[in-house]
Design a protein around this ligand. Structure first.
Ligand SMILES: [Fe+2]
Ligand SMILES: [Fe+2]
Length: 138
């Protein structure tokens, strides 16, 4: 599996070991999905990604509950949105597989999905950082 460059990942580090490890693994899964040309193979990998995302949201939910995170409800809505986006891409790729044997790189659906995930980490998961480091907590 291709790895994500350390310096590329450093921007997304929150400081919670289990959550950071999940994010790293998710980004690696995205990298590997981006390189797949066969729609059938991509659907299989995306299903793994969706399962991994679902497990990751359980880890984050447990953490948010443990710290009485004030934005829990909104965060859970955002997790559902990401899951919905992954499911939409799976449907899109399944549809592609009936018309073509290769995924067009210009319309690769992994690109917008990856930016959706990265913006979730940037805009929502980063809020955890101050709770991981109690000195910065409100
Ligand atoms: Fe996350
Ligand atoms: Fe999250």
């Amino acid at each position: 599996m291709p790895s994500v460059a350390e310096e590329q990942f450093a921007h997304y580090v929150i400081g919670h070991p289990a959550i950071d490890a999940d994010h790293y693994r998710l980004l690696c899964l995205f990298q590997s999905c981006k390189k797949i040309n066969s729609p059938e193979e991509l659907v299989a990998e995306l299903q793994r990604l969706r399962k991994y995302w679902s497990d990751h949201t359980v880890t984050e939910t447990d953490f948010m509950v443990s710290i009485n995170f004030p934005f829990l409800v909104e965060h859970l809505k955002q997790h559902a949105l990401v899951a919905g986006e992954i499911s939409k891409v799976i449907l899109k790729v399944e549809d592609m597989s009936s018309n073509s044997k290769v995924i067009s790189q210009t319309a690769n659906p992994m690109v917008p999905l990856l930016s959706f995930l990265l913006s979730h980490i940037d805009n929502y998961d980063m809020q955890f950082a101050k709770y991981v480091n109690p000195k910065e907590a409100p």
